[in-house]
Design a binder for this molecule. Structure first.
Ligand SMILES: [Zn+2]
Length: 165
């Protein structure tokens, strides 16, 4: 099956919002570990081989398990878990229908639309606009980073994307 060429950001966002609603998550921080647990997805922190050490994580569809690089710093791991949940929710059909055999590995240089969708899913799950609306004008980026438990660059990206500020 050929995957469509353009990322479907709208779908990524609405699937993230669905999860937040399903689990009654109304204020920060959103903990993707909890969400994974409640969905029955295992999260495993592992040491990758040296040549794979630039990889943040990957999702194994057959095992329904997210593997996270244990050597990355916690905020990065949080984002990775949210990103891999995105693959699980958005791309399960793709994984089943293609001749997909190998584990999905992360490659930062890729322009695979699935990567862009998983990132959009993670951004909307961890820092949804309806939560950001309440705080972004009153708090600094580092305060927001603490409140949402995501990195300062993620907060800055979200503010710039949602408000153009
Ligand atoms: Zn990915």
């Amino acid at each position: 099956m050929r995957y469509y060429m353009n990322p479907d950001y709208q779908r990524a966002k609405s699937e993230a919002y669905c999860l937040l609603q399903e689990f009654g998550l109304e204020k920060p921080p959103v903990n993707p570990m909890d969400i994974a647990k409640r969905l029955g997805v295992a999260v495993s922190f592992v040491e990758f081989e040296k040549k794979l050490n630039s990889i943040s994580g990957f999702y194994d569809f057959e095992e329904d398990t997210i593997f996270v690089n244990m050597n990355e710093y916690p905020l990065r791991q949080t984002f990775t878990i949210a990103h891999e949940l995105g693959h699980r929710i958005l791309h399960a059909e793709w994984a089943r229908s293609s001749d997909y055999k190998v584990l999905m590995r992360e490659d930062t240089a890729t322009n695979d639309p699935k990567e862009a969708e998983a990132n959009a899913f993670a951004a909307n799950l961890l820092v949804p606009r309806f939560m950001l609306d309440k705080y972004w004008q009153g708090l600094s980026a580092s305060q927001l980073s603490e409140l949402f438990v995501v990195s300062v660059p993620v907060i800055k990206n979200r503010i710039s994307f949602e408000y153009g500020a």
